[in-house]
Ligand binder design. Structure first.
Ligand code: SAH
Length: 248
């Protein structure tokens, strides 16, 4: 775990995604909704990490956003970015586990979660978060999804081991309906959203390989990690992140 955090802490984002697609997903909600005053929206960002999307959302809406994560260094980074962007009054961070939130039921207009709901499981997470949403509130999540029914063998084996729960977009849409949401729209994140995420990771791993050049266990950890990056470089048409925007 120590090496994992050494790779990840201080990076600008902790999963694939970019501000353009965050705002694209938000606009799907805004087009459908009839909020009379965007500033009055009560929003939750689940698994906010260092807050790339939190800041983008707060800039656009100027509303109150509660950003939850269970890794304090990320929350410290969210606070720092909020201050730098003059958004400290908009963003409140809380250090809680996303599966046991101490929040009021039916209190949120919009729940957001980019690259994080898998920590609860897509279906379980959607069911759980629904209780915090106001009736007919909105939820937008991005989730690793198969883009094909017949992935290449090597790729299938890798993800069967690392995320056996990964579903196709169609299967996730079925889950969305089953859990009582209506789907507004889903769209795939572009392959470039992976490079936004992995380029800083690769740079960090290269630095750490030098630091740990005498440590064979650490080097083996970096090799193993690198397979994840290689997979997306080879197979970005077979899987990736998809955004799902829905209404409760
Ligand atoms: N949304 C961010 C972070 C995605 S990575 C981005 O796109 O950059 C997933 C995040 O979920 C990490 O920040 C991790 O610390 C957080 N996380 C993992 N398990 C969690 C849990 N049980 N409760 C709250 N946060 C959790």
């Amino acid at each position: 775990m120590k090496l994992f955090w050494e790779i990840h802490e201080g990076l600008p984002q902790q999963g694939p995604g970019d501000n353009e697609n965050t705002i694209k997903a938000l606009n799907i909600i805004l087009d459908k909704s009839c909020f009379s005053d965007l500033k009055e929206i009560n929003m939750l960002d689940v698994g906010c990490g260092p807050g790339r999307q939190t800041i983008a959302l707060a800039k656009k809406l100027n509303c109150k956003i509660t950003a939850v994560d269970n890794h304090q260094p990320f929350l410290d980074e969210v606070n720092k970015r909020a201050t730098e962007n003059d958004l400290a009054n908009n963003i409140t961070v809380i250090n809680q586990s996303m599966d046991s939130l101490q929040l009021e039921g039916q209190s949120l207009d919009i729940i957001w979660s980019e690259g994080a709901i898998y920590n609860m499981g897509f279906e379980k997470g959607l069911k759980y978060l629904k209780s915090f949403l106001k009736p007919e509130g909105y939820i937008a999540v991005s989730e690793l999804s198969w883009f094909t029914d017949s992935p290449e063998n090597e790729l299938k084996q890798y993800w069967n081991k690392n995320y056996p729960d990964m579903k196709t977009i169609e299967e996730n849409i079925e889950i969305i309906k089953k859990t009582g949401y209506s789907l507004l729209e889903s769209f795939k994140l572009p392959a470039s959203s992976w490079t936004d995420y992995y380029n800083p990771v690769e740079k960090r791993i290269a630095e750490l390989r030098i630091k740990y050049k005498e440590d064979s266990e650490a080097l083996a950890f970096f090799d193993e990690y690198y397979i994840e990056i290689e997979m997306i470089k080879k197979y970005s048409s077979s899987y990736g992140y998809s955004f799902y925007i829905m209404q409760g």
